[in-house]
Design a protein around this ligand. Structure first.
Ligand SMILES: Nc1nc2c(c(=O)[nH]1)N[C@H]1C(S)=C(S)[C@@H](COP(=O)(O)O)O[C@H]1N2
Ligand SMILES: [Mo]
Length: 406
């Protein structure tokens, strides 16, 4: 982890105190040494995250949840993963924030303040599932470069904002429009102001969906800084990279948006299945749109112990991109047989669904509980791994937990 450098720059550089305690002899700290007390950033203090969250990288910040931390029906900030491609913007003055809508396919660019957005348009609230396209990457073999997400780069928070389609209607969009591309206030890791860390988007049909929001609230409060304060695009059910944080410009393009990380191989998978480790040409890679069907056991925690003769109640969430989860099942025999779980309908389109079941074990010993969701088009999660792809996206394999019956 490149944690050390971060701490030197932000904490040590500014002051030789830590949690209010002076570091006596701080001037003698060797150049590349980080005092023990500074080696572990306090995530709760930095981002109001739970200390059980896993830091995958701190420059940029990439932090994921563990499955059991995602037990809430609506993900609270403290358990929400952070995926940054650049540096979080500093010193934001929301009263001066503006959103420009421009691009080849607007008749005339138009600028809105946050206040304009909040007052001119009707506000809507939806629970929206946001999963990083790279969630589950750590399981691929041969391994793919990038953050080694396990299962915790997914959330379903309640977002409040205005519909992007209402704003676009107010701007006036030409029928040449093909795609929207967002631009945001975060800065490139290199410090180069002309480079954007990420600038992605969605086709017009997704931009025009009722649930696609320009959001200014998350879980009823101002969006936390790390998640896009003060304004964020939220396009649930698609790779979360399409949901631009700190958004200050949206371009309506007359072609597929060509911003940073839109081009192959970023956020693309082979258009047709390939062999493990196969090299894939850029023009044979397709943009990821709706995320695949997936589920997560959030209770109990893997490693749970139960006494013989007792049943175990399991629960978790399931989601299927643009679709719904129609069927949910669990297995305690490594996928040989499956039993149906109860699965609730989503609160609204693109929200994850909650499942539960009661599990009986035939005798003492070690078990694994596997869960598998099936979407409304009949696609089910693969048991161990989906097809390999060079960048390690879209691993929607069955989630598994270990259980011991004593
Ligand atoms: N401006 C901006 N928006 C962004 C990103 C970013 O780095 N900068 N990362 C994207 C990616 S890849 C993901 S997975 C989600 C993560 O959202 P979260 O950090 O709120 O969980 O934000 C997306 N929006
Ligand atoms: Mo992502």
């Amino acid at each position: 982890m490149k944690r050390r450098k971060f701490i030197r720059n932000t904490l040590l550089g500014a002051t030789a105190t830590f949690i209010g305690t002076e570091i006596v002899f701080s001037s003698s700290i060797p150049k590349n040494y980080t005092p023990i007390i500074q080696q572990d950033p306090d995530l709760y203090k930095l981002f109001n995250k739970d200390k059980e969250m896993t830091v995958l990288n701190d420059k940029p910040w990439n932090i994921e949840a563990k499955a059991h931390l995602l037990d809430d029906k609506i993900t609270p900030n403290k358990y929400m993963f952070i995926r940054n491609n650049g540096i979080i913007p500093q010193n934001i003055d929301a009263s001066k924030w503006t959103l420009i809508i421009d691009g080849e396919s607007v008749f005339k660019p138009k600028t809105y303040t946050l206040q304009d957005l909040k007052t001119k348009f009707k506000q809507h609230t939806y629970q929206l599932t946001l999963e990083c396209g790279g969630n589950g990457r750590s399981e691929f073999n041969p391994p793919a470069k990038g953050n080694q997400w396990t299962v915790g780069a997914v959330s379903c928070a309640e977002w409040t904002g205005v519909r992007l389609k209402d704003v676009l209607k107010d701007v006036g969009i030409k029928d040449t429009a093909v795609y929207i591309g967002y631009h945001a206030a975060d800065t490139h890791l290199s410090g180069d102001p002309d480079k954007e860390p990420i600038s992605r988007g969605v086709p017009m049909h997704k931009a025009y969906q009722e649930e696609t929001l320009l959001a200014f609230k998350m879980n009823g409060e101002a969006i936390p800084l790390a998640h896009g304060y003060p304004l964020r695009l939220v396009a649930g059910g698609w790779p979360a990279s399409a949901s631009g944080k700190w958004v200050n410009r949206i371009s309506i393009r007359n072609k597929v948006h060509d911003g940073t990380k839109m081009k192959a191989p970023a956020y693309r998978v082979p258009c047709h299945p390939v062999a493990h480790g196969e090299k894939v040409k850029d023009d044979a890679m397709c943009i990821i749109e709706s995320m695949p069907v997936k589920s997560l056991i959030t209770y109990p925690k893997s490693g749970a112990m139960i006494s013989e003769g007792n049943t175990l109640n399991i629960r978790g969430h399931a989601w299927a991109g643009e679709l719904e989860v129609q069927k949910m099942a669990y297995s305690i025999d490594f996928g040989a047989t499956w039993h149906l779980c109860e699965i609730a309908p989503p609160v609204n389109r693109l929200a994850w669904q909650h499942f539960s079941s009661t599990v009986n074990f035939p005798k003492k010993g070690y078990y694994e509980i596997w869960v598998r969701a099936t979407d409304t088009e009949g696609s089910s999660q693969p048991m161990l791994l989906p097809g390999w792809n060079p960048k390690g996206y879209l691993n929607n394999a069955c989630h598994r937990i270990a259980v011991k019956v004593k």
